[in-house]
Design a protein around this ligand. Structure first.
Ligand code: ADP
Ligand code: MG
Ligand code: MG
Length: 210
């Protein structure tokens, strides 16, 4: 079974709850190599997303992702706001007007999200950013979809790969964003944006694929 607009809206509300639970953790990660606001930024953004989604009435999963995108762009701020906003916008575009997301659709949406982040932020894998979580998630999702995986299977492997990818940022020296100002001193810390991406992927896998 695919993921409907209603199911996706529930999944995003669950993702917002996960961000709320991890707000302080994201603040502390960003305190180590940034300006200690990533948790606040994400929490503000996803609280606004929940407020937009609560009334329902979205015809397609793409419409749900689009309102998520515009809300994040106007509320998150910082580097991550436009990046996540563009990610959700491109994911929305990838889905078009489909009424239920299947395995290949989920993989295509994730691909769109990554392309959006890269187009906007110009980061590559290894630069110690959210791309280090999202890029392996996209690869894993593609493989699972090609193997015939449904939306649950595709999102599950994406979440796993995203978690491993986020962990891979710990030893890296940041080459993009605020953390890059620290140079070598950025090594030894988990990137906050990679962590939030992994959290979002896990929440979506647990709920949108259910
Ligand atoms: P700011 O750095 O403006 O305070 P946030 O703290 O909300 O914004 O977000 C920081 C996160 O944004 C970083 O941990 C990193 O994952 C991500 N980021 C920053 N610059 C880029 C970029 N050019 N490409 C991809 N991700 C980036
Ligand atoms: Mg910050
Ligand atoms: Mg900031």
């Amino acid at each position: 079974m695919g993921c409907t607009a209603e199911r996706l809206a529930l999944a995003l509300r669950a993702a917002a709850a996960v961000i709320a639970v991890h707000r302080d953790e994201l603040v502390e990660l960003d305190r180590a190599i940034g300006d200690a606001d990533h948790g606040e930024n994400m929490h503000r953004g996803f609280t606004a997303v929940v407020a937009k989604l609560v009334g329902g009435g979205f015809d397609t999963p793409g419409a749900v992702l689009k309102v998520t995108a515009t809300t994040l762009i106007s509320t998150v701020g910082g580097a991550s706001g436009p990046l996540y906003g563009t990610a959700f916008l491109r994911a929305s575009t990838a889905l078009g007007d489909t009424s239920e997301v299947d395995g290949p659709g989920a993989a295509a949406a994730l691909r769109g999200a990554l392309d959006g982040v890269v187009a906007r932020g110009k980061a590559e894998v290894g630069d110690k950013t959210m791309v280090d979580a999202l890029a392996p998630a996209v690869e894993a999702a593609k493989a699972a979809a090609e193997a015939g995986g449904d939306v649950a299977a595709v999102l599950a492997v994406a979440a796993e790969a995203g978690e491993r990818g986020a962990e891979s940022t710990v030893p890296l020296v940041a080459r993009k964003g605020r953390a890059s100002y620290l140079g070598e001193r950025s090594a030894g810390h988990l990137d906050p944006g990679a962590r939030s991406t992994a959290l979002l992927l896990r929440a979506l896998a647990d709920e949108a694929g259910a």
